[in-house]
Design a protein around this ligand. Structure first.
Ligand SMILES: [Mg+2]
Length: 291
């Protein structure tokens, strides 16, 4: 089995780089002759994965959800499977795929060579694997990049509270499989996996291989109600609130007269968007996972 590792040295706030030597030693036993590549900048993993996708059975992302996002974008349309050695701040996708966090266990899972087909989303020209967010949480993503002192899920929680102070709502036109709605929303989530942003179970019932997105639209509500629901999102019980509208679909068009913000897999899509076209590619990527 021919594999290539793509390691993002800044993933997990530098933790990935610290693991590199250990990883190379362990990988030498399971995957003799494996190629190791290091990313040098944002977007680099896309190019590396695309180049390597024709040369290897599996391309392994060493990083967090952001690194996986880039590797997925490089692998789509090719034949190589995705492997993951998790390191990072937000590991929602890793949790959903039930990929072990321990290096040896993660490598063992890949070496069993039984990748499974997982759905992949596409938004305009970009692919995403875990989820897409419009509105509030896109601003949270922006805020979280500026937080240097905290780690793990605390980063997101702090960013949520800081963003709440200055947030205004968007009126969005949402077309789900041809059914058109107009809503004033706090945020909209298109979930392939069940959680985003470090454990926020916005689409708790979402499955990664059922050829449809789970969609969560949170209507405008007072800040206190947002805070109450925020805690409920950790368990997924926010879906019972009448101001939370759940739906499912395979294709979405989101537009607005006012510019809006969005992220895909926690990576910025933009802050002055006017149209997003979103489709699902059923079982389009083989992933080494326990899903
Ligand atoms: Mg699904």
């Amino acid at each position: 089995m021919s594999v290539c590792f793509i390691l993002n040295p800044v993933a997990g706030r530098g933790k990935a780089l610290g693991l590199e030597k250990t990883l190379m030693e362990r990988a030498a036993v399971k995957f003799p002759g494996a190629l190791f590549l290091r990313t040098e900048s944002r977007g680099h993993a896309i190019r590396l994965a695309r180049e390597q996708s024709t040369k290897h059975d599996t391309v392994i992302a060493v990083g967090g959800d952001g690194t996986i996002h880039e590797v997925v974008n490089g692998l789509m349309g090719g034949k190589a499977a995705l492997g993951v050695v998790p390191v990072g701040t937000g590991n929602d996708l890793v949790n959903a795929l039930n990929i072990p966090f321990e290096i040896d266990a993660a490598l063992e899972l890949i070496s069993q060579n039984k990748p499974r087909p997982i759905d992949v989303g596409q938004v305009n020209e970009r692919y995403f694997i875990n989820g897409l967010g419009v509105g509030f949480d896109a601003w949270v993503v922006k805020k979280s990049f500026s937080i240097k002192k905290l780690r793990g899920n605390l980063v997101y929680l702090y960013a949520v509270l800081a963003t709440l102070k200055s947030y205004s709502h968007s009126v969005l036109n949402v077309d789900i499989d041809g059914e058109k709605k107009q809503r004033r929303l706090f945020m909209l989530t298109v979930g392939n996996g069940p959680s985003l942003g470090g454990g926020f179970r916005l689409t708790p019932e979402a499955r990664l291989n059922d050829n449809r997105f789970d969609i969560c639209m949170i209507h405008q509500m007072p800040t206190m109600a947002v805070l109450r629901n925020l805690l409920r999102v950790y368990s997924g019980s926010h879906v019972k609130d009448p101001r939370v509208e759940m739906s499912r679909g395979q294709s979405l068009a989101i537009s607005s007269d006012q510019p809006f913000a969005a992220h895909a897999d926690g990576e910025e899509l933009g802050y002055d968007l006017t149209v997003l076209n979103i489709t699902i590619h059923s079982g389009a990527l083989n992933v080494h996972c326990r899903y």
